[in-house]
Every structure is written in C-alpha cells, then in structure tokens.
Design a protein around this ligand. Structure first.
Ligand SMILES: [Zn+2]
Length: 246
C-alpha cells in the first residue's frame, strides 16, 4: 500500500472496536469492499466523526495499519440528507447496505457496483424506497451470475403472458409447464411487468413506477426466493422490513 490512499467510499456498517475506535465496513470505488479502522472516533473531539456518517458517500484518506487500514481523514461527499430524516427510507438504506455487505466479498474492485449503490441511495432519497431496493437486488443478482428472466418460460421457452406464473429458482414457468412446480410461487403479471421495467426504464423515471399492494407482495416474495440463491443467511434488515410491512 502507498503511504496514503484516497478512497471514495460508501459507509455500509460501523461497529465499536477497542476502547474508542470503530471498524467501518465500506464499499469503495477503488478497492471494492473493505474494513477500515477509525481511531479515537468515540472521543468528543474526534475530527473524523462528522465524515463517516452511516450510508453516506465520503472521501477517506487511509494508511496501512496492523490489522486494518487506518482512516486518517474523512470528509462527506454526499450525506443523502433527505434519507436521514425519514425512518422508512433509512430502514431501506440499512437493507441495501446489509445486502451489499453480505453478498459481496472483500477486495474486489467493481466500479459499476459502486455506482449502482450510489444510485440506489440517491433513489432512496426521493422515490418509493420499495422500488429503489428492488433495483439494487437485481444488480446484485446480476453480479452473482443470476440474470432475471421474466419474459420467457424457463422450461419450454414460450413467451410468458397472462396473470400468474409459477416461479422456481432462476426462472418462471408458463401455465402449461406450471405442473412441474405445483407448490411454486405465483408472480402476478403486474409484478412481472414491474421487474421487467426495472431493466429498461431510465433511472429518472423510476419515480413513475406504480405497483399495487398485491403486486408488491408478489414481487417481494418472488425476490426473496431469488435472493436466497446469493445469501448465506437471512438478512436482519429484510426481516425487519417484512415485520413492518414495508
Ligand atoms: Zn413453458
């Protein structure tokens, strides 16, 4: 490592470490996911505290440390202020951060994924947060090699149409093939159309997307099933959102 490094980082998680320190899990543009140590941050006069807000975008200056890189400078680039004042939006941001933290392993730079996370936080400030996190889920799945196919039957290749289809791991079945998976989940046509739209609608139009309560339930259940493919254990923040009916 060079003596000092400047990193563009999104703060995903913080936890106490030693007496007055914190460990941060950050997603950086330059190095992917990293754990860094912030010394003395719990002391009243710490200058670093203001620059490492949870779920903010920050510029970190780090230097090599014994166990972890040490943060010696931190300044906020974007605090996503509208997100901060809203409990529901913060809860969704927590889910986005935990998702990235669990699925992505340390030390692989992925600038695109960094941008997807930034976009998700920007969306979370203003649009329906439920829509924003579905976008990140699709991007994370893609990164892990699961490109969602909501257009064609997984078994026979027929174009999917009509109201409902049985979902199985990795794909959907048309009505004729649905007997293959009699206990499979139903994804409503509305839900399918919504998931498809996320792949081609420009981000600035995401605010226009409307999904009914029934459509949301269907999509949430279907995406839970998809996410199981890449998660090692259930996400606490996802369970929380479910309990809160969010
Ligand atoms: Zn079929």
């Amino acid at each position: 490592m060079e003596q000092y490094q400047h990193l563009n980082a999104i703060i995903l998680r913080s936890r106490d470490y030693k007496e007055a320190d914190q460990l941060l899990t950050v997603y950086t543009r330059e190095q992917g996911k990293l754990t860094v140590q912030v010394r003395g941050v719990k002391k009243q006069n710490s200058k670093l505290r203001g620059g490492i807000l949870l779920f903010s975008q920050a510029e970190l200056v780090v230097t090599a440390g014994k166990a972890f890189p040490i943060v010696i400078g931190a300044s906020t680039i974007t605090s996503f202020a509208s997100l901060r004042s809203d409990f529901a939006r913060m809860s969704y941001a927590g889910y986005a951060a935990e998702l990235l933290d669990q699925v992505i392993s340390e030390g692989h730079a992925d600038e695109e994924l960094y941008l997807f996370m930034l976009q998700t936080l920007q969306l979370l400030e203003f649009i329906d947060p439920w829509v924003a996190v579905r976008y990140l889920e699709l991007k994370v799945l893609e990164r892990q090699g699961y490109v969602l196919n909501v257009k064609y039957c997984q078994k026979c290749g027929a174009k999917l149409s009509g109201d409902t289809h049985r979902g199985v791991y990795g794909g959907l079945l048309c009505k004729r093939c649905a007997y293959e998976d009699p206990n499979g989940l139903t994804l409503t046509q509305e839900g399918r159309t919504f998931l498809d739209a996320l792949s081609y609608i420009p981000l600035h139009r995401f605010g226009w997307l409307y999904v009914s309560r029934e459509g949301r339930e269907s999509v949430s259940k279907y995406m839970d099933l998809q996410m199981q493919q890449v998660l090692n254990y259930p996400l606490k923040t996802r369970d929380f959102l479910r309990q809160m009916n969010m």
